[in-house]
Write a protein that binds this ligand. Structure first.
Ligand code: GDP
Ligand code: MG
Length: 388
């Protein structure tokens, strides 16, 4: 039988961000390797993290790779997002609600467009703490690396992060992965910086339970399982819950995290919930599992939306009232009709107020973040200000 998950340390969600090819996935693999030597992780090789083709073949949309590890003081779930588009979408929809981030910057290349964009997005979605990994330090010239460090600190300060005080650690994911002691020590130093610089977040375990459904699976003989990250509250085996969108009340008959059974999951945990008597096709990605009666789904809301500039990957042309993009709200993807009021138009790069009428009801509340997408790319990032 499986070993149960025992909560002995605070759990945090972190992730790697930064420009493509700066070494995010290599560093993620190196972290699991270094911690595996101390018994704090199962080593996850590079090609298991960058695993998109296999998953796509099986028809499961996995656009975030999760790995799990423990330091002396904490348990971490770490996300490494394979592509830039996934990064933008997952950050703004809260699919990856990060308590802190590791900004990976190649010491050979310095700040590149996606480095800056990810810092901007992290600020917008409320990631309060960034630790910098100056990667490829094995191959970099020392003076050049000093310059890159200065440049990164300035970038952080420009976006409201403490550029003077943020830890900037020179690492080599590649050499650490190869077992070179100088560089495995650099990864240890990076983890120490994460442990001490990123504070343990306030979790509100007493709030009504809510989990946005990311995936639905069937376990033969046991029933329907939904997976996702608990957004707020606590859920225990035996609790009654409702599946919003499916209109069904049910009971949680099993709980797991990273394949380990648990009796209680709380905000911040990535979990699988086994639901009694729910047919597999009654629940989908985008639905929400919540404490009965705790949320009312709605269709209409007001929001502040930043329309991404073309240089941020957004549109080249303005949008006008009557625009009908997709709204990615939590894990849901819903069409919505935009009303820009008296202003009537919004140009790329502007932040505007809009009223949105969604194609179907979803649980909404002020403060909720969402992404606006069109033709598979992100064109805006917003926050709900008022629900009608
Ligand atoms: P990602 O796109 O940010 O996930 O980057 P990858 O982890 O896929 O790495 C991109 C390339 O950089 C690969 O060829 C890696 O082998 C190389 N690389 C990654 N980390 C290091 C490092 O620490 N030193 C050196 N010299 N190369 C590295
Ligand atoms: Mg990668």
């Amino acid at each position: 039988s499986k070993t149960a998950y025992v909560r002995t340390k605070p759990h945090l969600n972190i992730g790697t961000m930064g420009h493509v090819d700066h070494g995010k996935t290599t560093l993620t693999a190196a972290i699991t390797k270094v911690l595996a030597e101390r018994g704090g992780a199962a080593f996850v090789p590079f090609d298991r993290i960058d695993r998109a083709p296999e998953e796509v073949a099986r028809g499961i949309t996995i656009d975030i790779a999760h790995v799990e590890y423990e330091t002396d003081t904490r348990h971490y779930a770490h996300v490494d997002m394979p592509g830039h588009a996934d990064y933008v979408k997952n950050m703004v929809t809260g699919a990856a609600q990060l308590d802190g981030a590791i900004l990976v910057v190649s010491a050979l290349d310095g700040i590149m467009p996606q480095t800056a964009e990810h810092v901007l997005l992290a600020r917008q979605v409320g990631v309060d703490h960034i630790v910098v990994a100056l990667n490829k330090a094995d191959a970099g010239d020392e003076e050049l690396t000093d310059l890159v460090e200065l440049e990164v600190r300035e970038l952080l300060t420009a976006h409201g992060y403490g550029g003077d005080t943020a830890p900037v650690v020179r690492v080599s994911g590649l050499k650490a992965l190869a077992g070179d002691p100088r560089w495995t020590a650099s990864v240890e130093a990076l983890l120490d910086a994460v442990d001490t610089y990123v504070p343990t977040p306030e979790r509100y375990p007493d709030a009504p339970f809510l989990l946005p459904v990311e995936n639905v699976l069937t376990i033969t003989g046991r029933g329907t399982v939904v997976t996702g990250a608990v957004e707020r509250g606590t859920v225990r085996v035996g609790d009654r819950v409702e599946v919003l969108g499916a209109g069904a009340g049910t009971v949680v008959t099993g709980l797991e995290t990273f394949g380990k059974p648990m009796t209680e999951a709380q905000a911040g945990d990535s979990v699988a919930l086994l639901l009694r008597g729910v047919p597999r096709d009654a629940v989908r990605r985008g639905h929400v599992v919540a404490a009965p009666g705790s949320v009312v789904p709605r269709r209409s809301f007001e929001a502040r939306v930043h329309v991404l500039a073309a240089r941020e990957g957004g549109r080249a042309t303005p949008v006008a009232t009557g625009y009908r993009p997709q709204f990615h709200i939590r894990t849901a993807d819903v069409v919505g009709n935009v009303d820009l009021g008296e202003k009537g138009v919004a140009r790329p790069g502007e932040t505007v107020t809009m009223t949105v009428e969604l194609g179907r009801e979803v649980p909404l509340e002020p403060g909720l973040g969402f992404a606006v997408r069109e033709g598979g790319r992100t064109v805006g990032a917003g926050t709900v200000t008022e629900v009608h």
